[in-house]
Design a protein around this ligand. Structure first.
Ligand SMILES: O=C(O)[C@H]1O[C@H](OP(=O)(O)OP(=O)(O)OC[C@H]2O[C@@H](n3ccc(=O)[nH]c3=O)[C@H](O)[C@@H]2O)[C@H](O)[C@@H](O)[C@@H]1O
Length: 404
């Protein structure tokens, strides 16, 4: 890790997956606030940017926007825009990049970074779970275009790179309309691969750790084939993404497409939808509201949580890499859900109770990425400690608290 990326520290952020510490011990070290990340990105890819620059994009009120919480109105005074600075690139160096699902949680952070790098960015989103708010700071920028479009229908454009993210990702959202979820994964991916074929664009699919199902191998390596119930409530997403991977590699083989596949493990951060339903946002919002934290089942199932800026670094580095096989992107820091609930309670609101609700069907019992491949081929590993990520996310949701 580049020492300049961290404040003076005796231990390095999240690089402790091999350390024989219990999560509790490790967290109390995180809580000392040493080793905090102050820069993200990488000089090699032109993505290096001070964390504070990114924070302005989601923590500050936009100029020219006045929210009256009493009357529940929002007024735009017409002077919304002083755009964040973007890198000046020569025309021949500037890429035109398509981001499907670019108004969503992950997509919007990726868009921020691609814009700051100086690229032209086109966002496709049908706004099922994405929101214009997430990218409104770029609306009207000469390098930016937003198109309301559902990837289930074909789309024509000339682009150099495609980051294909579009798909609801939270279990309540993807289970809301399972047929549509399968269509989005399968037809959406066929359409975007077809576009990549016509334009000879590089193509990156965001797949998921859910393709490993309820894994029998732990931690999960990319070579593991998974353990998925093909007819369970999660199948629309798990199997949809498995077919999306199959399609991606079929196009690579048959049509010689230049493809990348990221298998993303549980990721959290600002701009998660407040009714997203996933565990990090649920617990933080419940704690801020003084409500019980809802643990599904006994809470002994585990997850490994990654902060959003680490994921975005990983996606951009993957696109620039020669890794033509799937690559896990996640933080190997593993917690039981009960431990995680206690962390959020202790950090946000010690008054709230933790309650157990019935467990959900086919909930994976253990999940932790093996990130050897990402380290080897991308020179990537997560820099953010879970605690720093939680603090930033709490700050974000606290600012939204009046609207929640
Ligand atoms: O990130 C991943 O690898 C994938 O996993 C997630 O699914 P899941 O891990 O089940 O994410 P959550 O809904 O956040 O649940 C995590 C754990 O917390 C539990 N949970 C969730 C919410 C809650 O209020 N309480 C609670 O105990 C769930 O039962 C589960 O065991 C999402 O489906 C995907 O976004 C993603 O592709």
């Amino acid at each position: 890790m580049d020492s300049a990326e961290l404040e003076a520290s005796s231990h390095g952020g999240a690089s402790r997956e091999q350390a024989p510490l219990s999560p509790r011990t490790a967290l109390s070290q995180d809580a000392t606030k040493k080793g905090r990340v102050v820069y993200v990105g990488h000089d090699k890819f032109g993505t290096r940017v001070p964390l504070d620059e990114l924070r302005k994009l989601y923590l500050n009120e936009l100029p020219g926007r006045v929210t009256d919480h009493e009357r529940r109105t929002i007024t735009y005074d017409g002077s919304l825009k002083k755009y964040p600075p973007v890198r000046l690139l020569r025309n021949c160096d500037r890429k035109r990049i398509l981001v499907t699902g670019g108004a969503g949680f992950v997509g919007s952070h990726l868009v921020d970074r691609l814009m700051i790098m100086g690229n032209e960015v086109v966002v496709l989103d049908n706004f099922f779970t994405g929101r214009k708010n997430n990218i409104e700071h770029w609306l009207g920028h000469p390098n930016f275009e937003l198109v309301r479009h559902d990837v289930v229908d074909p789309f024509m454009i000339e682009v150099d790179e495609i980051y294909h993210l579009a798909c609801p990702a939270s279990p309540p959202h993807y289970q809301y309309n399972p047929i549509k979820t399968v269509k989005t994964s399968v037809m959406g991916t066929i359409n975007m691969l077809g576009l990549a074929k016509r334009t000879k664009a590089k193509f990156l699919l965001t797949s998921t750790s859910e393709i490993y199902g309820d894994p029998k191998e732990h931690p999960q390596k990319e070579t593991y084939w998974g353990h998925v119930n093909p007819i369970g409530p999660r199948a629309c997403y798990d199997e949809g993404k498995r077919v999306a991977e199959t399609l991606t590699f079929a196009y690579a083989k048959q049509e010689k497409l230049d493809v990348r596949v990221a298998r993303i493990f549980n990721t959290f951060g600002p701009r998660m939808n407040e009714n997203d339903g996933r565990v990090v946002s649920n617990f933080i919002i419940q704690a801020l509201r003084g409500e019980d934290l809802t643990v599904y089942g006994e809470g002994d199932q585990t997850r490994s949580f990654q902060y959003i800026h680490d994921l975005v670094d990983g996606l951009i580095q993957l696109m620039h890499s020669k890794a033509h096989e799937p690559v896990n992107l996640g933080n190997p820091d593993e917690y039981t859900i009960m431990e995680f609930a206690e962390i959020i309670r202790d950090t946000v609101n010690k008054e709230v109770r933790i309650v157990n609700l019935p467990s959900t069907t086919d909930d994976p019992q253990r999940r932790r990425p093996d990130i050897t491949r990402a380290k080897t081929f991308l020179d990537w590993s997560p820099k953010f400690s879970v605690m720093q990520g939680i603090e930033e996310t709490v700050e974000y949701f606290s600012k939204l608290a009046n609207d929640l």
